[in-house]
Write a protein that binds this ligand. Structure first.
Ligand SMILES: Cc1ncc(COP(=O)(O)O)c(C=O)c1O
Length: 396
């Protein structure tokens, strides 16, 4: 099998070629290896492959050529030494955290997290004797104050879901390292194209590949990236033995999704930026958040650490939940759902979906008002998206 990994290629080129493994048939499109296991030439070959003395695939819970291609392409794109794929983004987040802690350790995380990530930190890890402290991610002093001698992990997403707050990765990485802890970043909203946390000092990056990487709403997947050492020491065995593996078919979809990632994300970002400009100051909207506009509260950090804005834009409809529902029900083109990063434009009401589990006080603290909606711009013509939004706003 041959592979094409040229480190000098730019991200767009790596997205199309990196990690390709060609079989003896020299196929053009990456092959889909739907196989659970692998045959060995002899009992000795089997023994040596199992012990790792000679390279080769053993079992698809461990690895598979299609998973491998996806992992290598992601690593090349991210500038990471190693990557491991998972069945979902949440499998990636959970493994990324659990692989770094043991009973008695402590985790500090930003409060503004996707609902399931917050559950893992707040409800799940403490069951195993790993308590957490949640802080305002914007407040560097709060991160510093929360760190204890037992802190092993700092965790955050940036931009955050759904309020698109942006946190200073380099400064928070310094806080983690001064405390002897690791910084884990959920980079879903930025995508690998707009933000490279490892180069800013983070130790581990995770993605829900379900979002922009698939990009067409088909399959779920995730990926964990970091140095060869951190992957081998903390995740390699955990993933192999517990088995949250990415199915080869889903790996193939992700691999093909990566080929068009740059084209899609660039276009969706242009659309989101145009939507934000069109909605800013609209009389039916209280607040508009877009990391790409000069009025974003952390515009200076966006400029410092991101190469692009976002394919998402959040805004608060006047009239609370009732106003938001009237607006959502008035949309004809944009689809109501809880996902993001799709070729189709999607809209979410966080209060009643992704952040339903939080108390009203917790939501208020995070700036998730009852009227807040999160729009993920798709590939439709931007004028059709804007027209749909304007018509629905008229009904509020
Ligand atoms: C920021 C963030 N992290 C993680 C996830 C989890 O990904 P998945 O649904 O692929 O498990 C999501 C969305 O679902 C998300 O928005």
């Amino acid at each position: 099998m041959s592979t094409s990994n040229n480190k000098n290629y730019r991200p767009e080129t790596r997205l199309v070629h990196a990690g390709t493994l060609r079989s003896q048939f020299n196929e053009m499109s990456e092959a889909l290896f739907l196989t659970q296991g692998y045959k060995y030439d002899s009992a000795e070959d089997c023994e040596q492959r199992f012990s790792g003395k000679i390279p080769g695939y053993v079992y698809s819970r461990y690895s598979n050529p299609t998973m491998d291609m996806f992992e290598q392409r992601m690593a090349a794109l991210e500038g990471a030494e190693a990557a491991r794929s998972t069945a979902t983004g949440m499998a990636a987040v959970t493994t990324a955290l659990m692989g770094l802690v043991k009973q008695g350790d402590h985790v500090v995380a930003a409060k503004a997290l996707f609902g399931s990530c917050r559950w893992v930190i707040e409800d799940w890890l403490p069951r195993f004797g790993v308590p957490c402290t949640l802080v305002d991610g914007k407040d560097l002093n709060a991160w510093k104050a929360a760190v204890t001698p037992n802190t092993k992990v700092l965790f955050m997403e940036t931009p955050t879901n759904p309020t698109l707050e942006v946190y200073d990765i380099a400064a928070i990485a310094d806080i983690a390292h001064n405390a002897g802890a690791k910084l884990v970043i959920d980079n879903v909203f930025a995508t690998p194209l707009y933000q490279s946390p490892l180069s800013l000092g983070a130790d581990v990056v995770v993605y829900s590949a379900t979002k922009h990487i698939d990009g067409q709403g088909r399959v779920l997947g995730g990926v964990i990236l970091g140095s060869e050492k951190i992957i081998l020491d903390n995740y390699h065995q955990l993933l192999r033995q517990t088995g949250p593996s990415l199915a080869p078919f889903n790996a193939w979809i992700m691999l093909k999704g990566l080929e068009t990632l740059a084209v899609r994300v660039e276009r969706q970002t242009r659309t989101a930026s145009a939507v934000a400009d069109a909605l800013a100051g609209h009389k039916k909207i209280n607040r508009l958040i877009y990391p790409g506009r000069a009025d974003h509260p952390q515009a200076d950090i966006v400029k410092k650490q991101m190469r692009g804005g976002s394919t998402l834009c959040s805004f608060e409809i006047k009239g609370g939940k009732e106003g938001a529902f009237r607006f959502l029900n008035g949309l004809q083109l944009i689809l109501i759902t809880n996902n993001l990063g799709d070729a189709k434009s999607l809209i979410t009401h966080p209060m009643t979906t992704t952040h339903q589990r939080l108390t009203p006080e917790q939501r208020a603290e995070l700036g998730i008002g009852d009227g807040l909606v999160r729009l993920s711009c798709g590939l439709e013509h931007q004028d059709d998206i804007i027209a749909d939004l304007m018509t629905a706003l008229d009904q509020v």
